[in-house]
Design a protein. Structure first.
Ligand SMILES: [Zn+2]
Ligand SMILES: [Zn+2]
Length: 681
């Protein structure tokens, strides 16, 4: 007898399923079995159901259907189907299962998260987050590409149609036109009947983006941003699911939208820290995007001027395809000149204490720009006025009672703020320790720089951009006013460095960048380098003779020495060398196990128990155990914090160890598991 010809159905589910497996958004890895009863003919994977659970009814997700009787006594029956259609596609469900496994999170919770992100609209985010993504927003009128762009685009189109997809690193210097490549590639995918997903960092896209994107894609583009009403958000995602959207633009949560024929995923500024989710499941959008690309057979393009070390190394080893854009779109426009100002040179301690906030060199550079009608940006890492308030008599330092961090003085309100928990109080006239009233301030914040600039240049308009300023209603409009030349100088925090396109800016000054370099984090150098390059990228995007002025106490550090001339390779090779020596990513894998609690003894005990267990199994599991130790922020919001770092040279070993632990231990309320952490505080 001839073997039956193998038939392939697009859907291999049995037409009638008697049993189903259900997960709940609970701290458990357990899957529960039910009879499908009257729904056996209609029930589908990805639907939500109401089922008896313990003594109550609970809502769970169907993750599997079967005709085989599960080996469970007293099987109960599904009471109700919640959704008429599955809420997630099979592919998104596969992705969720991978996430649960990789990030050691309960599948039920991952699914709840994915559904919240992709189906139910997110809560409206505060205006502070509305850093509209000007990299995409402006400078995008370009439709004609340079020869360099065309070459890259042609090669990417070939990769997009290839049956074997590869992850691509597209490294492009500032103003080299990466955005245009994303858009033309998305159009190419759309013309072939597929969809493209374009992700940008933490920002919420302003309606202007949509307006502009519509010019090219008509109403086949959907932009997910914080100004949508819940109903609008839901409607867009339904449209996307039905294949009526060709290009979906959004932040990391757009990654979970169901699209019928996804062909391209773009992650712009892939190194941006906002791609890492800070709640369970603590996923990294870059890694999930790569996984989704694999599941969907879509091309994944990671764009960046300064790639993360992980991506850089993968490209170097040939695991990712590599393309670069070395020229800027504006013809013959040279790169800004980098000026590193050595703070060590400047005199005695007493002189240093009196050091002006704006040095004479910087002041001259600013004046030059004002005369020419050009603009300047000053970037400083701290908001507020002064970052410390202390007693000059007894040394008392004003700190947050909940967090053990110093309070920051804001002169706009005359209050002291905790930037971690929001605690605030009026600045007291006297020292609470010695009752004397000689209170000193130190540490420079954005408000102080703004005040100084106003003193030097009273006839010019100075704009301050930080989350305090953005929280005011007009904050958003003032940035657009800056772009249009209505302000001459902008001073701000990190917000000023992100992807913006300000054509009139020819000077960027970076003050206090050493703060970042001094953080106890193995990525400190990488983060500093990326931030400095990103800041520098704001200068001279349209006009010649731009300058970048950077103050530091460590001019010899390779972060700074590789900046003039943008010697990227020099920086990356040095940094890779140190990472390799220490076994840190990309040459090793990490997990941060965080222990928190109101009672210090409990936190100490738990972290101790975990360390003992991990040490006992470290040989067998090939993991290294660092700690436990107090976190850099050892107390936050009245909660004590300790952590344990697990390190392994081999992929998957840390997860294997964690999987061997009981639910009770890894899903303990006071324990947070962070796989591939982006910070170790
Ligand atoms: Zn005192
Ligand atoms: Zn606090």
């Amino acid at each position: 007898m001839r073997p039956a010809k193998k038939r392939s159905f697009p859907d291999t589910r049995p037409p009638v399923a008697k049993y189903c497996s259900v997960v709940f958004p609970l701290s458990t890895r357990q899957v529960f079995s039910y009879q499908t009863g009257e729904f056996s003919g209609t029930i589908k994977i990805g639907q939500r159901v109401s089922v008896p659970f313990g003594r109550r009814e609970s809502i769970g997700f169907i993750v599997e259907l079967s005709d085989r009787l599960p080996d469970v006594p007293n099987l109960k029956t599904v009471s109700r189907l919640i959704d008429a259609q599955p809420l997630v596609s099979d592919k998104v469900l596969t992705l969720a299962k991978w996430m649960a496994d990789y990030y050691c999170a309960p599948l039920g919770e991952v699914l709840r998260f994915v559904l919240t992100a992709s189906v139910r609209p997110p809560k409206r985010e505060p205006v502070a987050e509305e850093v509209f993504y000007q990299g995409i927003l402006t400078g995008v009128a370009q439709q004609v590409v340079t020869p360099e762009q065309k070459k890259v685009l042609d090669d990417l189109k070939i990769l997009l149609t290839a049956s074997e997809k590869r992850t691509v690193l597209l490294q492009g210097v500032a103003a080299s036109g990466k955005t245009e490549i994303y858009l033309q590639l998305a159009a190419f995918a759309a013309d072939a009947g597929g969809q493209a997903l374009i992700l940008v960092p933490e920002v919420v896209l302003v309606p202007q983006t949509e307006e502009w994107a519509r010019e090219r894609f008509g109403n086949r583009v959907a932009v997910l941003h914080g100004r949508l009403t819940p109903a609008e958000h839901y409607r867009l995602l339904c449209k996307a699911k039905e294949g009526k959207v060709s290009v979906l633009l959004g932040t990391r949560s757009a990654l979970f939208a169901s699209l019928p024929d996804l062909r391209l995923i773009v992650l712009d500024e892939e190194f941006d820290r906002s791609y890492k989710e800070t709640r369970t499941p603590r996923y990294h959008a870059r890694d999930v995007a790569i996984k989704r690309g694999e599941i969907e057979g879509a091309l994944v393009v990671l764009g960046s001027a300064t790639p993360s070390l992980e991506v850089y190394q993968a490209a170097k080893e040939g695991r990712y395809a590599y393309f670069s854009l070395k020229e800027r779109i504006v013809k013959n426009l040279s790169f800004p000149e980098i000026h590193i100002s050595d703070l060590r040179l400047s005199g005695t301690v007493a002189q240093k204490r009196r050091r002006p906030i704006i040095s004479s060199t910087l002041r001259a550079l600013l004046e030059e720009r004002l005369l020419k009608g050009e603009q300047s940006i000053i970037f400083i890492n701290r908001r507020g006025h002064s970052t410390y308030l202390f007693c000059e008599d007894c040394g008392y330092l004003f700190a947050c009672p909940e967090c053990e961090v110093t309070l920051v003085y804001h002169h706009t309100t005359g209050e002291l703020y905790c930037h971690y928990c929001g605690y605030r109080k009026d600045q007291p006239p006297d020292c609470p320790a010695c009752n004397r009233s000689r209170l000193g301030r130190s540490g420079v914040g954005t408000q102080l720089v703004e005040k100084e600039l106003n003193r030097f240049f009273p006839d010019n308009r100075i704009l301050r951009l930080d989350s305090d300023a953005l929280n005011r209603k007009e904050g958003l409009d003032s940035v657009l006013a800056f772009r249009d030349g209505k302000y001459q100088i902008m001073v701000g925090t990190q917000l000023v460095t992100k992807g913006h396109h300000f054509p009139l800016v020819t000077l960027v000054a970076v003050l206090g960048s050493d703060v970042l370099l001094n953080l106890p984090d193995f990525r400190a150098a990488e983060r500093s380098f990326q931030l400095l390059c990103q800041s520098a990228g704001r200068a001279g995007r349209n006009l010649p003779n731009a300058k970048v002025y950077i103050q530091t106490y460590y001019p010899d550090h390779y972060v700074f020495s590789s900046l003039p001339g943008f010697k990227f390779e020099e920086f990356y090779e040095k940094e890779l060398f140190f990472r390799k020596e220490a076994g840190y990513p990309p040459f090793g894998y990490l997990a941060n196990i965080l222990f928190t609690g109101k009672r210090e003894e409990t936190v100490l005990r738990k972290s101790g128990e975990w360390a003992e267990l991990a040490n006992r199994m470290s040989g067998e599991m090939e993991i290294e155990v660092l700690g436990p130790a107090a976190c850099f922020h050892k107390k936050m919001r009245r909660s004590y914090r300790r952590h344990l770092i697990l390190k392994s040279a081999k992929p998957g070993r840390i997860q294997e160890f964690l999987r061997s632990l009981p639910d009770k231990q890894i899903f303990d309320k006071g324990v947070t598991i962070d796989i591939d952490p982006v910070d170790l505080f």
